[in-house]
Design a protein around this ligand. Structure first.
Ligand SMILES: [Zn+2]
Length: 77
């Protein structure tokens, strides 16, 4: 798709890292599938991927963990 930020680039499949801070806990998801603009580098993450990450982060926070770094492909998808 056309990038909506720079309006010039085309998005290509890639990966990004998402960091969430919730209730004093920091949770990092690496290797999250995303569409990346080949011009400005803006990253677009699908709604279903975001939902899965938010759901997983709630579980992690509920378990009492304060800092957690995990691979999206291995732990969420
Ligand atoms: Zn762009």
């Amino acid at each position: 798709m056309k990038c909506t930020i720079c309006k010039h680039g085309e998005t290509v499949d890639g990966f990004t890292t998402i960091t969430l801070e919730k209730n004093g806990a920091t949770i990092v998801f690496q290797q999250v599938p995303a569409l990346v603009c080949d011009n400005c580098g803006e990253k677009y993450v699908k709604g279903e991927v975001t939902s899965a990450i938010l759901q997983k982060s709630r579980e992690i926070v509920a378990s009492g963990v304060k800092v957690d770094i995990r691979d999206y492909q291995l732990n969420v998808a």
